[in-house]
Design a protein around this ligand. Structure first.
Ligand SMILES: Nc1ncnc2c1ncn2[C@@H]1O[C@H](COP(=O)(O)OP(=O)(O)O)[C@@H](O)[C@H]1O
Ligand SMILES: [Mg+2]
Length: 267
């Protein structure tokens, strides 16, 4: 029975990633593409005083609120204006960038943090200015690995050849990783999903970021109610994650040190 459920979830997740393609990069509709251009402009103003490479994290209060798609679209939109951009999948517990962009999952960030430098930067096929470091193999202690001073060192040495580094981070309320890495960043873009992100949870996450003196550059609200099909599909999906505990996976990982149990086929 469990096996059957696992298989169903695997199929659903792959289908989700395929469907998500309509929400990224050149497939964005006009309004969404314009909204990302506005975000690009706002970030440019907010970080005008930062010399050299600008390093931005993308996070949210909880899981499944649109962080990864926002990070991909932000990186793409910055690449379109001619900036050299590196997108890093720093959600070492639930990485999705490799799969979504059709890249190798490893070697990636975790190998880089452990000292390997060869082949960790991959070229995306989306745009010549758009490079990617995927998550790499899942490490035993992601929070410690990311919080290590090495992260700041790596970011500053990578930054020498780049205009922007965008880091797709885990949610603030579920694990401490985003807070640990925030001191190496120039600022955070905070994603809120309309109809899903609870006010109290957002407030809680913002307070945590403020407590660590993280610069919140602004908020992005994802509206996934594009049409009735999207709307009902989304609510169905939300229910499913509630049931199997997508958000709970962060908690379980933190408690047991175990990796996901492979149910959702993140690999
Ligand atoms: N702009 C969007 N429009 C519609 N649905 C979206 C959008 N952004 C995210 N979603 C939905 O939310 C899901 C989770 O997005 P994701 O970026 O993986 O979230 P997170 O990284 O916060 O866990 C996606 O699979 C997609 O179904
Ligand atoms: Mg994500």
């Amino acid at each position: 029975m469990k096996k059957k459920n696992s298989k169903n979830i695997q199929t659903d997740v792959t289908a989700d990633y395929l469907r998500d393609r309509e929400y990224i990069c050149e497939n964005l509709n006009f309004n969404a593409a314009e909204a990302y251009k506005m975000l690009r402009t706002s970030i440019g103003f907010a970080l005008a005083s930062v010399k050299g490479c600008k390093t931005i994290g993308v996070t949210s209060a909880n899981g499944s609120e649109g962080k990864s798609l926002c990070a991909i679209n932000l990186a793409y939109t910055l690449a379109l204006q001619g900036s050299k951009v590196l997108l890093i999948d720093a959600d070492l517990r639930l990485p999705t960038i490799a799969k979504r962009l059709g890249l190798n999952k490893a070697p990636g960030l975790s190998e880089l943090l452990m000292g390997q430098t060869e082949s960790v930067i991959q070229k995306s096929e989306i745009h010549p200015n758009f490079m990617v470091i995927t998550s790499g193999s899942l490490p035993a202690h992601p929070s410690e690995l990311l919080g290590d001073d090495k992260t700041a060192g790596i970011i500053s040495s990578l930054g020498k050849m780049l205009d922007y580094i965008i880091m797709d981070l885990p949610p603030v309320n579920e694990v401490s990783d985003a807070l640990n890495v925030s001191r190496a960043l120039d600022g955070i873009v905070f994603v809120v999903m309309s109809g899903q992100s609870g006010k109290a949870l957002v407030r809680q996450a913002v307070q945590k970021l403020q407590f660590t003196n993280t610069e919140i550059l602004g908020f992005v609200m994802i509206n996934n109610d594009r049409d009735s099909i999207g709307k009902y599909g989304k609510y169905g999906k939300y229910g499913k994650y509630g049931k199997y505990g997508r958000a709970g996976k962060y908690g379980r990982y933190a408690e047991s040190g175990d990796r996901y149990g492979g149910e959702e086929g993140q690999d």
